[in-house]
Design a binder for this molecule. Structure first.
Ligand code: AMP
Length: 403
């Protein structure tokens, strides 16, 4: 059992770093509350133990101190609703319009078991992003225990995500339930993978994914490369890619990655065919072509029918699956078939017992959009953080709690 689950928070004031960086529209309504919902189990456990919760988060990227647009006060009614829906009705949710200072200290001190206090946006202080030690120490005075449940910002060495941990003894600093499950899932894919193990990497740019592919060459048996980035690899092999996306300065890198894969016995799968378009537009004319023989003036915007079948076969044979990045321009109806087919294949493999993790930005959006989110083993909430984890980097937010 984990440390968080084992700990009794009775009568403790628990300072929880959450990632409430949710999108708001111009009426300050939350347009996607996934990140807030993800933090509820941690809050609920502390409250039911008889502890009180002090929540701290950032919201957006405020440049000049306090700004109405970035105030966390807009989140209070929805937080209240989410907590009421957990079966613990009428949890008092207080708000402090400053995350440090006398008022925050007093409100935190007066907080009673079963109550929740949300602090104002941490990034209203420049010290947060600078990882300022004195600021972190001030924040630390608000609670008896520090819980980091903000996986989405675990790759940042900020005051509230990393620096603060040192002000709490080892048994009073820990990960929350969300952070634990993110780390556990990533570990299953990276270090405890059952073979065959496939990594499906897609998206626009090779340059964004080089480090991930390099790290996965050490761990996966198969790497599927789709999306816009596949064309740099296809051109590197001598293919004709028309006007498809290509990073000419990465052709050598692509060749090196393929050479390394061969030396290690890792199979790299590129899409044999593509759905091509005469312009980058939802209403473009479309056709199909071998991925290494795309006519001039045309560009590959999705993987083709054969590639869907080819990739599906690999996925169906795998026991561990990591998926990052779409197979095509899935935002446009004409070019979403490949991404949908891969989502379906991952769901089917999961159904047969494979462990599947979907992580990082657009592939998460895709599984949500196509209705497969509850048919895979785990969907990560942390975009950039999960990417850095897959790259094999140590995340400061994790290292600080473990130190
Ligand atoms: P990334 O953020 O690198 O994971 O890339 C995601 C973006 O890549 C999405 O917005 C897709 O529309 C885009 N994308 C995927 N495949 C292609 C392609 N073949 N050509 C151009 N853009 C693509």
């Amino acid at each position: 059992m984990s440390q968080f689950s084992q700990h009794s928070f009775a009568n403790e004031k628990v300072l929880v770093r959450v990632d409430f960086n949710v999108p708001l529209n111009d009426k300050y309504e939350i347009t996607d509350d996934t990140r807030m919902r993800a933090a509820i189990p941690t809050i609920k456990k502390i409250l039911s133990d008889g502890g009180s919760v002090i929540l701290m988060s950032h919201l957006g990227r405020p440049k000049d101190g306090p700004t109405e647009k970035y105030s966390l006060k807009h989140l209070v009614p929805h937080l209240q609703q989410l907590l009421n829906a957990t079966g613990q009705p009428n949890v008092p949710v207080l708000f402090a319009d400053d995350c440090i200072g006398e008022k925050a200290v007093l409100t935190a001190r007066m907080l009673r078991p079963g109550e929740v206090l949300l602090l104002e946006n941490l990034r209203f202080y420049k010290e947060e992003e600078k990882g300022d030690k004195a600021f972190a120490e001030k924040l630390s005075r608000l609670g008896d225990v520090y819980v980091n449940d903000a996986f989405g910002t675990a790759h940042r060495a900020h005051a509230s995500t990393a620096v603060i941990a040192q002000f709490f003894p080892k048994d009073k600093r820990m990960f929350g339930l969300l952070m634990e499950s993110e780390v556990r899932s990533a570990e299953k894919v990276l270090h405890e993978a059952q073979k065959p193990s496939v990594a499906i990497i897609g998206g626009a740019k090779v340059s964004d994914k080089i480090l991930i592919i390099e790290n996965l060459l050490e761990r996966a048996t198969d790497i599927i490369i789709g999306g816009g980035m596949a064309y740099t690899f296809i051109k590197a092999q001598g293919g004709k890619i028309g006007n498809s996306l290509c990073e000419d300065d990465r052709l050598d890198t692509a060749r090196e990655l393929m050479k390394k894969a061969e030396a290690k016995g890792v199979r790299i799968h590129l899409p044999s065919d593509s759905i091509i378009a005469d312009k980058f537009d939802a209403n473009a004319n479309d056709s199909a072509a071998p991925s290494n023989n795309i006519p001039d003036g045309w560009m590959g915007l999705d993987i083709g029918e054969n590639a869907c079948e080819q990739f599906t076969n690999v996925i169906h044979k795998s026991k561990t699956i990591l998926w990052n990045g779409p197979m095509g321009v899935f935002e446009m109806a004409k070019f979403q078939h490949g991404t949908k087919a891969i989502a379906k294949a991952v769901a089917e493999a999961t159904q047969k017992g494979a462990f599947s993790l979907v992580g990082g930005g657009d592939s998460v959006a895709a599984v949500n959009q196509f209705g497969y989110a509850d048919k895979v083993s785990y969907v990560s909430t942390g975009g950039g953080a999960m990417l850095e984890y897959f790259e094999g980097k140590q995340l400061p937010g994790i290292a600080a709690v473990n130190a």
